[in-house]
Design a protein around this ligand. Structure first.
Ligand code: HXC
Length: 511
């Protein structure tokens, strides 16, 4: 019979084996590549000593290729729960030192189990991905495991925040779990995502491309729009995830967490008076305005490198988290195009799903003209943003800083699609189109001087916010320096907003 000592020894040995992962040699190789281990990452992510591991002793059940003799407790993924800023979160971290972090049936079962727990308890799930993909020794069982995860991702969508960090390889169908989650963060130089890798691409299309060019952090953050954040290294990645979580409610039934506000809510900044240039063709960076207005000048930008003519991100006003959507005239005059519409639409839907009020800054000359945009489907993609804003029932507060022209005026959270409060600066220009375009259409055959006069005349008549204010489309024209307090007041006024869309299974957003 085993003694108590023997039993304790076995318990300790199994735990030690789980914690050792793939062994010191593989851990050293992992570290040498500039990467932290799954457990180290979890320690960086969570509040000190709050991690509780689940399924530490799970092993795979594979018997092919001698796998029955090769079992490591935990099987290549560390799962559990803990706290971020004292709030519950669930986490799984693939351990590349164990079978390359590859996904076995048992290992997928662990991820599904923790995701279901997260949904049942109403807390976010964070996945730290670092995996060679499907466990090659298991074949179709591994594919089934992926699909089980995808299914849970979809069930959890809009119920709990789901966040993916890519911290190593993520290839083939494995990319689709992160793609189904709300946000993807990638680490520079050490992470990549692609459906088919450089070798397959070379065989099929004869294109030569490196792993980094094809699916590195910069590619997905600036070109494809697949990823939302870039971190320089593992530590920074964990800090960014912690900050992201600080803006989010734990689930769709909660309001986002309020932080005590030490920034004077009445703070006025004279700088704001001149930040929008008088010359309507002169660019300025909307981020300067946003940062001047929000609590502690802290703007947590989402997708900062992609479709920069649209700026989105989180901030706080009077301690309350808000989602900010803003045209940015510093890039392509802030025009709406396919990429910026899709970028903003998904963000608006995220905020609406998780009760985060929307603050929209408008300076938009219209939709981008051209065959590339029309052939690419700007009609349906622009409609996504229109749909998202119209569908959103969270508080919607809009501030026009300068141009709000044509269909883009309607789209950018106008009064007509349900905004609760619409402000404009005195520099607002709300009209069907810019003065030059209007004059070109209305008056053909004018001399240069007559044209210039007509443009001036049109601009004086229509390039202002007063007609819209007369009609009640703008609730109030405000001094730029008052922006902070005015937005906080509007937000407070909307605190108990209760609005519902008609009952339906789900709408049919133009995908
Ligand atoms: C089992 C794997 C593995 C896998 C890596 N390993 N990938 N074991 N299944 N998929 C193991 C290796 O055997 C090795 O074990 C250890 O992990 C580290 O791998 P290395 O190759 O030494 O590391 P590195 O040089 O950094 O290369 C990493 C890699 C490469 C690029 C990820 O390992 C690789 O190409 N792996 C195969 C990727 C792949 O084709 N996966 C299936 C894709 S299909 P030892 O014991 O030597 O340490 C797929 C479909 C998903 O995923 C579909 C979902 C719907």
């Amino acid at each position: 019979m085993l003694t108590l000592e023997d039993k304790i020894k076995k318990f300790e040995e199994l735990n030690k084996a789980a914690e050792a992962g793939g062994g010191q040699k593989r851990i050293d190789k992992h570290h040498a590549g500039g990467k932290k281990t799954a457990r180290e990452r979890i320690m960086d992510l969570l509040d000190y000593e709050t991690f509780v591991e689940v399924d530490k002793l799970v092993t795979h059940r594979s018997t092919d290729f001698g796998m029955e003799k090769n079992k490591i407790p935990g099987d290549g993924v560390v799962c559990g729960y803990g706290k971020i800023d004292s709030r519950l979160v669930y986490v799984f971290a693939q351990d590349f030192t164990v079978f390359g972090g590859s996904l076995s049936s048992a290992n997928a079962g662990k991820i599904v189990k923790i995701t279901k727990l997260a949904m049942k308890m109403g807390a976010p799930i964070i996945g730290l991905n670092d995996s060679g993909g499907a466990r090659i020794q298991e074949g179709v069982q591994s594919l089934a495991g992926y699909a089980d995860i995808f299914y849970q991702n979809v069930r959890g969508s809009g119920v709990i925040p789901q966040i993916s960090a890519i911290m190593g390889p993520c290839a083939g169908g494995a990319v689709y779990s992160p793609a189904l989650t709300d946000f993807i963060l990638m680490v520079k130089d050490t992470s990549y995502m692609f459906v088919t890798g450089p070798d397959v691409i070379k065989t099929v299309t004869h294109e030569e491309v490196t792993k980094e060019e094809l699916g590195g952090a910069i590619t997905h953050n600036s070109k494809s729009g697949v990823a939302h954040f870039t971190a320089d290294n593992d530590e920074q990645a964990m800090m960014m995830l912690r900050e992201l979580i600080s803006f989010l409610p734990s689930n769709n039934m909660e309001d986002p967490p309020i932080k005590p506000c030490t920034d004077n809510i009445h703070r006025e900044d004279e700088k704001l008076q001149t930040m929008v240039p008088v010359d309507p063709n002169k660019p300025y960076d909307i981020k300067d305005i946003i940062k001047t207005i929000v609590d502690d000048h802290n703007f947590f930008e989402v997708m900062p490198l992609y479709a920069q003519n649209m700026c989105i991100g989180f901030a706080r006003l009077g301690g309350k988290p808000v989602g900010i959507v803003a045209n940015n005239p510093a890039f392509m005059a802030g025009v709406l195009d396919i990429n910026s519409s899709i970028k903003a639409a998904r963000f608006v839907r995220f905020c609406d799903a998780f009760n985060i009020p929307l603050i929209t800054f408008v300076d938009v000359p219209g939709f981008l003209p051209g065959t590339a945009q029309e052939f690419g489907g700007i009609i349906k993609h622009g409609a996504k943003l229109l749909y998202a804003f119209a569908e959103a029932t969270v508080p919607k507060i809009t501030l026009i800083t300068r141009k709000a022209y044509g269909g883009a005026y309607d789209v950018m959270a106008s009064k007509h699609i349900g905004a609760d409060i619409n402000y404009s600066y005195p520099t607002g220009e709300i009209a069907v189109m810019g003065a030059e375009g209007a004059v070109n259409i209305m008056n053909k055959g004018l001399t240069e001087q007559e044209k210039a006069d007509a443009i001036e005349d049109y601009r004086d008549k229509f390039a202002n916010p007063y007609k819209a204010a007369e009609l009640g489309y703008i609730d109030e024209i405000i001094q730029p320096k008052q922006s902070r307090y005015k937005l906080i007041q509007a937000l407070d006024m909307c605190a108990n907003k209760s609005e519902q869309n008609p009952p339906k299974k789900h709408g049919n957003i133009p995908l």
